[in-house]
Every structure is written in structure tokens, then in C-alpha cells.
Design a protein around this ligand. Structure first.
Ligand SMILES: *Cc1c(COP(=O)(O)O)cnc(C)c1O
Length: 398
């Protein structure tokens, strides 16, 4: 059996570009919160495709929507109307409480769209001189790998060799209001942030920071862009992570789990006064809002509400957090999180600990070297959560 696994890895490595270095694990099946590798070993998936599979692997209702739509029509292009785009649009706009939605495909594309909107809004509405719009981003952010999104990144290693990137981007420490105030000026069009940073290490900003960003945006006529691609749609125990501070953003970006774990779709949500800066011909996407994506996403949003996944994330997430915080270990610096989005920060490289957890049936991965990100599917149950707690405790408590 081990030969089969090695054959798959060798075969894949022969052709894959080397911009990833995957661990030695070959998955071949998933159901709910669990996955199985090619040797039929079972794991509780605490990576979930980095919060793509929030509804659990291969959710029957989402698969059914996919199958039914694929026998009707899958692609029309936005040069025409399709019969289910409006259905999906009404659902997502209602959930987000925004007038308008612009569908794209990947997270990075949603970010690109937001940058374009921010610049255009800056010039057309705020009156920033042409080409002078500025955007403020947070240190430690992750907004994607395309050139616009990359221009927002504070991580030099991500940007090295890809210049020139977009101008007029500023960075401040996540949570530092004084720094933020010092870089805001009359050319600032937007502030973009993840309400809780994912890739950056499950970083929760200091109390009130998000609310203060909102106040500064109102005071200085600046757009507040919340990148909720990873933390939105229930991951943190709320529909949007900005709700933790009772804040509403001007632009919401969604992606990842918006496609129910089986089809890529992303969205930019805003009120008319902001969205209407994009007029016919100023933006678009061939696949954005295609019928297959809309059918799958509509089903995914229904499942999110009907199966009370947000509530489950809040309840089981709190239980997981409470128990992980009880672990007595010299290597743990901090255990933090909201809902089923938890970071365990260690004093040292977290990879060996992750590998031990995987050996015991809990699939997880480190970020930023020393932080273990735990983000199981929101369909995870009590028995599975108990196993996750037991395994992590066993591995770290020594
Ligand atoms: C994953 C992610 C993105 C990029 O999404 P892609 O679909 O990989 O382009 C952007 N922002 C955040 C917060 C993310 O977690």
C-alpha cells in the first residue's frame, strides 16, 4: 500500500510546479468533518481546505444542487441573464445586508475588485486627484497572491522578485490606532483588513480596534473593506467576524466557503453608493456568477442557516477553546480564537507537533512557523471535538 502512496507523490511531483511543498499525505475521500487517506487511515480534518469546507466534505444537499444544475445549464456569460443569478444575489445581499453584489471566482479576484472600487470611489466620489488614491492595510495580512492583492502584503518574502507592485499602499500594525491615525490623509480611499487574521496566525486585534477603524472611516470619509474570505460565513461563530465588535463594513469580501467546498465563487458586497462607481465595461469576469456557481452557493447558504452551522461554530468552538486553554505545557505561549477558528501559539516550530497530531488522527497545519491553526468543518460534532481535544492535549501536554 505504501508503494501506491509513494507512486502518487512521485508522479505528482514530476509535473507539479514547485510553488508548494505539500506534506507526505495523500487524501482520497472526505465526508463531513472527516477525511481518509489513500491507505484508508481516518482523520478529523482541522484544516478544511483553509476554511473552504465549512459545510463538511461532500455535503449531500450541496452535491445535489451541483448535480441538478449541471444537467440544466452551467454557463451563459454575463452578456445575458440566467435564471438563478438573481436568486443567489438576493440571498447573499440579504444575509450581508447590502444593496449590491459583484460575483467573482476566487478570493484574490474579490480583493482585486475591491482595490479597483476603492480607487474609483476615491476619485469619483471622494475627489482624490487622479492616480493619488491611497489604501491602508495591516501588517501580517493575507489577501491573496495576484499582483494587486500582493501589493497589500507586508510580507517581503511574498513580494520579492515580482515588482513593480501597486503604489500608494500603507501598512500599520494590526490593532494600532495611533499608527492608523498617523497615516490617514486626504488621499486615503480605503482601509482593508481581516477582522481576525487567518494566515497571519489567528490574530485577534486589541479590543475595540475594529470599532475604532469604523469611527475613523466615518470621520475621514474612507471605505472600510472587511476581507472575510476566511473568517466570514460562520467560521468565528458569527455570520461576519466584524459582528464581534458590532461593526458594519462598507465592503465585504467573501470567498472560500461561499462555494460550499465544491465550486469556487467569491463575492464583493456593498451598498449602491459604493458599488455604482463600477459602470458597464469597467469590470467583469467570464465565470463570475455562472449558473453552476450560483446553484451551489445558494445551496451552501441554505445549509449554513438550516443546519445552524454558525451556532455550532460558536458553541463547539468555545468548548474547544476552553479545553485547549487548560492544557498545561511549557511550549504553549497562547491559545486564542473565536468560534471554530483557533490558534495555538508555541515557543518553537509547530510542525513536529502537527505531524504527531496527524499520526493520531487529527489533521492540522502550522502557520507562520510556530502557530497551529485549528479550523475544522462547522458540521463537526461533540464526539469529534472530544477526539480533537484529547489528541491535541496528549501531544502538547508534556
Ligand atoms: C484565502 C484568502 C484570500 C485569497 O483567496 P484565493 O481564493 O486563494 O485567491 C484572500 N484573503 C483571505 C483573508 C484569505 O484567507
Amino acid at each position: 500500500m505504501n508503494d501506491l502512496k509513494n507512486d502518487v507523490i512521485t508522479h505528482t511531483d514530476k509535473y507539479s510546479s514547485i510553488n508548494y511543498s505539500p506534506m507526505n499525505l495523500v487524501l482520497s475521500k472526505g465526508k463531513g468533518a472527516k477525511v481518509w487517506d489513500i491507505e484508508n487511515n481516518e482523520y478529523i480534518d482541522c484544516i478544511s481546505g483553509f476554511s473552504v469546507v465549512n459545510h463538511g466534505h461532500c455535503h449531500p444537499k450541496i452535491i445535489k444542487a451541483f448535480q441538478e444544475q449541471s444537467e440544466q445549464i452551467t454557463m451563459v456569460s454575463r452578456a445575458l441573464y440566467s435564471d438563478n443569478l438573481g436568486v443567489w444575489e438576493e440571498k447573499i445581499c440579504t444575509l450581508a445586508n447590502k444593496d449590491k453584489v459583484l460575483p467573482m471566482n476566487t478570493g484574490a479576484e474579490a480583493v482585486e475588485t475591491a482595490i479597483k472600487i476603492a480607487r474609483k470611489w476615491g476619485e469619483d466620489v471622494k475627489g482624490v486627484p487622479e492616480g493619488r488614491s491611497e489604501i491602508i492595510a495591516m501588517n501580517g495580512n493575507f489577501h491573496g497572491r495576484t499582483l494587486g492583492a500582493l501589493s497589500l502584503s507586508s510580507q517581503e518574502s511574498y513580494k520579492q522578485g515580482f515588482g513593480p507592485l501597486l503604489d500608494n499602499m500603507h501598512y500599520i500594525d494590526f490593532g494600532d490606532v495611533a499608527q492608523l491615525k498617523s497615516v490617514i490623509n486626504e488621499h486615503t480611499s480605503a482601509i482593508i483588513l481581516e477582522p481576525i487574521q487567518g494566515e497571519g496566525g489567528v490574530n485577534i486585534p486589541s479590543d475595540n480596534f475594529i470599532a475604532q477603524v469604523r469611527e475613523l472611516c466615518d470621520e475621514h470619509n474612507i471605505l472600510f473593506i472587511a476581507d472575510e474570505i476566511q473568517v466570514g460565513l460562520g467560521r468565528t461563530g458569527k455570520m461576519f467576524a466584524t459582528e464581534w465588535e458590532g461593526v458594519t463594513a462598507d465592503i465585504y469580501l467573501l470567498g472560500k466557503s461561499l462555494g460550499g467546498g465544491l465550486y469556487p465563487i467569491s463575492a464583493v458586497l456593498a451598498d449602491e453608493s459604493v458599488m455604482n462607481v463600477l459602470t458597464p465595461g469597467t469590470h467583469g469576469s467570464t465565470f463570475g456568477g455562472n449558473p453552476l456557481a450560483c446553484a451551489v452557493s445558494t445551496a451552501a447558504l441554505d445549509v449554513l442557516i438550516e443546519e445552524k452551522l454558525i451556532e455550532n461554530s460558536a458553541t463547539l468552538g468555545q468548548q474547544l477553546l476552553n479545553n485547549l486553554q487548560l492544557i498545561d505545557s511549557d511550549v504553549i505561549v497562547d491559545v486564542r480564537g473565536r468560534g471554530l477558528f483557533i490558534g495555538i501559539e508555541l515557543t518553537e516550530n509547530a510542525q513536529p507537533y502537527c505531524l504527531e497530531m496527524i499520526e493520531k488522527g487529527v489533521l492540522c497545519k502550522e502557520t507562520q512557523g510556530n502557530i497551529i491553526r485549528i479550523s475544522p468543518s462547522l458540521v463537526i460534532d461533540e464526539t469529534e471535538i472530544t477526539k480533537v481535544i484529547d489528541v491535541i492535549t496528549e501531544v502538547l501536554q508534556k
